[in-house]
Design a protein around this ligand. Sequence first.
Ligand SMILES: Nc1ncnc2c1ncn2[C@@H]1O[C@H](COP(=O)(O)OP(=O)(O)OP(=O)(O)O)[C@@H](O)[C@H]1O
Ligand SMILES: O=P(O)(O)OC[C@H]1O[C@H](OP(=O)(O)OP(=O)(O)O)[C@H](O)[C@@H]1O
Ligand SMILES: O=C(O)c1cccnc1
Length: 465
Amino acid sequence: MNFTAAYTDLYQLTMAQVYFATKPVGHAVFDYYFRNNPFKGGYAIFAGLEDVLNVLETLKFSSSDISYLEQHGFEKDFLEYLKDFQFKGTIYSSQEGDVVFPNRPILQVEANIIEAQIIETFLLNMLNFQTLIATKASRIRHSAKNEILLDMGLRRAHATGGYYASRAAAIGGFDSTSNVKAAEDYNISSSGTMAHSFIQSYEDELQAFRDFAQYRPKNCVLLVDTYNTLKSGLPNAITVAKEMESQGEKLLGVRLDSGDLAYLSKKTRKMLDDADLGYVKIVASNQLDEFVIKSLKEQGAPIDIFGVGTNLVTGKPDAALDGVYKLSEYNGEPRIKLSENIIKVSLPHKKQVYRMLDQNGMFYGADAIALFKEDKITEMTHAYDTSKSLTLNDFNQEPLLQKVMEKGKKTQPQRSVAEIAAYSKSRLEKLPEEYKRFQNPHIYKIGLSKELKQERDTLVAKHKF
Ligand SMILES: Nc1ncnc2c1ncn2[C@@H]1O[C@H](COP(=O)(O)OP(=O)(O)OP(=O)(O)O)[C@@H](O)[C@H]1O
Ligand SMILES: O=P(O)(O)OC[C@H]1O[C@H](OP(=O)(O)OP(=O)(O)O)[C@H](O)[C@@H]1O
Ligand SMILES: O=C(O)c1cccnc1
């Protein structure tokens, strides 16, 4: 998709005009983080980074953006500056696909404050959405275990969000998408079955299946619930599967899209097996999510492929990830945002986040936030409850924020969606099961180093009325 630098909120530009007029423009550090895990879960999957970096590398205002801003009261000399606008900042970030947790920096932007503000809206828009959907996808993957997952959501997505949802779904563990454009652009496997309309357009269901199988013998999946699944759709599909065998082809599957999917999939499996069609797979769809799939597995439903649409690409029931972008340093000086709600007090300074690994390389369940300049963190304390602390000497500590962009250019080679998905899977495998359960998951610990906590407390005291 084509983004220009006007893909931002107006207030970023009105603030930027003032920064420009009152030169010199200062150097800012902003933190990206979210406050709550989506879906009341125990973790999130960080997604959208590669898209953000790719857009930032070439971000510009178009000439029509400039004339729009001219008509809306922006000063001539500021518009001259915007004509040459480029993002020339540096970004430190967690790796895309990593397992991340609330209230710790996931990404840090260092740039002149005009550039840092103008990119804020796009960065939040992309990271919040893709992280939400990748997390949903990962939960669905957790329920589906090793079965195949197909994203069918584009038609129900929030407009063009469907494009990024398909990418994020692949990062979170989906195997394939019905979304042709996303599959083409991101090199994701594309697949699909057939719609009810195809069968309805024929007088006869059997003829519809025959034609489909003749013209699409490879990866042929027949939708069997248009009239009556067990009495019509499935017997017709079995007839066509046998005809395909005589042509040297194999029916890939049948799709169930209504009714009791556990009951129907068991009956379907039996009828297919009785017809010596053990290789024909069962695809199920219809308002699936992680809970329905978990229940279907528990009921022993022999479903091989789950097609998931609405609940995946809209991140249902969570409308958005609450990711924010907060100023933590300006011209080398720490900055803080206070709040009545202690959880919302921001953390000053440029920082590093360390993940604690146990002797087996598994995540222990704690990330420590420290000043960037600190090197060895021996203890972390809870951000607000001073009675809670953890000694860190026994852990291997992994620094999570790595430089991914310098002076506006990416510092790491492009990673494909498949590579990011594989990385995500390997990271999730290091997270103990108790953080992955859907109900009351274990709470992952986030702590502050002594020095950072001291700096924060000093600034809180300084700004308190
Ligand atoms: N065995 C099952 N256990 C738990 N949930 C199921 C089972 N079978 C289907 N579901 C889910 O229950 C919901 C059923 O919704 P609904 O009643 O609208 O579907 P339907 O009976 O197929 O109706 P329609 O023909 O309008 O699609 C869906 O979310 C579906 O995925
Ligand atoms: O239920 P979701 O998880 O959102 O999955 C996608 C749904 O979209 C399609 O239905 P639709 O009625 O749009 O088209 P159809 O005529 O092909 O069934 C498909 O058959 C699924 O039921
Ligand atoms: O390929 C399918 O079966 C499909 C694709 C999109 C939406 N519903 C179904």
